[in-house]
Write a protein that binds this ligand. Structure first.
Ligand SMILES: C[S@@+](CC[C@H](N)C(=O)[O-])C[C@H]1O[C@@H](n2cnc3c(N)ncnc32)[C@H](O)[C@@H]1O
Length: 362
């Protein structure tokens, strides 16, 4: 499994970010150890908040955000990475195909927080793009176009015009913006972007409330041209909420109504929350026949999981961490017993009970 499992890469991004905080004289973290020690309490509180069926978290607290980065981001990024790879034709291919045809592709990440999903999306699209570009170049070398034909480099002068991948981030907590920007910058640096031949534009960070009543008029201009609307692990705090749940449901329907033909909605979320499942099912019931490409209630299945059967456990949960070593593994996390801690190596999130809804407006 290890060749498929990039968890070391995602923990590496967090490690690099934490190192930059330790080295920044404006922070009072003297070492990585002291940073990790300082976030233990916030991490315990965060775990407790997520354990209930109704979740409200105050992400404006800096320690809470750091705790989220440390424990949840690498695991969720790995989850997205595996899901995008498995559902490649329904999620990823359209992005790669647009870029290979010199067209822009725009993804909006909603409830993006620090952007775990964006780190995985970037890495996933980059590797697929390079793989397909090289394959096309190899094919052209072996089967050159007849005289008068046009080679793909003439059709798609990648350097001059440049296809672009655009990410827009939406969340109701503005303070995530700085963390997210740093993580995306590290990911860009690690990904050897000069090889890419497409322009990556993390353009917009907007504060939006998914549960706002006049959603359409307030935000329409921010996302009516998106090719993909990506929601990840924000449904409990929005769609399932007793306060804003029903408005959020209406807003999801509004998104489907206003989005372009060919655009997609992807919702990845936790199947342990009954209300999330229930409300996503309500949303699915309002969609036209044929638009649901994968229902949230369907178990995860597909080519990748058939080939690599140890990526799903016997209960259908995603296995996001192999046995390999990874950065930060020697640092501590609180266990489920109050006051006790263990090494991240033993206690990092390994199994995730996630579901995925993929919708396309035809
Ligand atoms: C558990 S985090 C998920 C973050 C990220 N998507 C991920 O997968 O790691 C939930 C996110 O939803 C955001 N959120 C909560 N309520 C929201 C609302 N009403 N509108 C927009 N975003 C909201 C939070 O600020 C937080 O960033």
């Amino acid at each position: 499994m290890s060749y498929l499992n990039n968890h070391a890469y995602y923990y590496g991004i967090i490690k690099e970010y934490f190192d930059s905080l330790v080295n920044d004289p404006r922070t009072d973290f003297k070492s990585l150890n002291s940073l990790v020690a300082k976030i233990q309490e916030a991490l315990w509180n965060l775990k407790m908040s997520y354990a209930g069926q109704q979740v409200t978290v105050n992400y404006s607290d800096p320690m809470t955000r750091l705790a989220y980065l440390y424990y949840y981001v690498p695991a969720y990024a790995m989850m997205t990475d595996l899901l995008w790879r498995n559902y490649k034709t329904t999620i990823r291919s359209k992005a790669t195909e647009a870029l290979l045809s010199n067209k822009p592709y725009k993804i909006g990440f909603f409830g993006a927080g620090p952007g775990s999903e964006a780190l995985a999306a970037l890495s996933s699209i980059q590797s697929d793009f390079l793989f397909r570009k090289k394959r096309r170049e190899r094919a052209e070398k072996h089967f050159p176009k007849r005289k008068g034909g046009v080679s793909s480099s003439e059709l798609f002068p990648l350097k001059e015009i440049g296809p672009s991948l655009e990410f827009r981030f939406f969340d109701n907590e503005k303070l995530w913006e700085k963390n997210r920007k740093e993580l995306v910058d590290i990911a860009k640096r690690l990904s050897n972007s000069q090889e890419n031949s497409f322009i990556f534009l993390p353009t917009l960070n907007a504060e939006i409330d998914l549960g706002l009543s006049n959603f359409r008029t307030t935000y329409k201009d921010l996302f009516d041209d998106l090719d993909m609307f990506h929601f990840q692990y924000c449904m409990n705090e929005t769609l399932a909420s007793s306060e804003i749940g029903l408005i959020t449901l209406k807003n999801l329907q509004t998104i489907f109504t206003m989005m372009k033909h060919g655009s997609r909605i992807v919702i990845i979320d936790n199947r342990d929350y009954k209300k999330v499942e229930e409300r996503i099912a309500l949303f699915e019931n309002t969609l036209p026949e044929g638009s649901i490409k994968h229902s949230f209630s369907e178990p995860l299945r597909g080519e990748l999981f058939e080939e690599e059967s140890d990526l799903l456990d016997k209960d259908g949960r995603l296995v996001v961490r192999g046995k390999d070593d990874f950065p930060l593994q020697e640092y501590r996390v609180p266990t489920n017993e109050p006051g006790k801690s263990a090494k991240l190596k033993r206690f990092a999130k390994s199994y995730i009970n996630c579901g995925i809804l993929i919708v396309e407006k035809e």
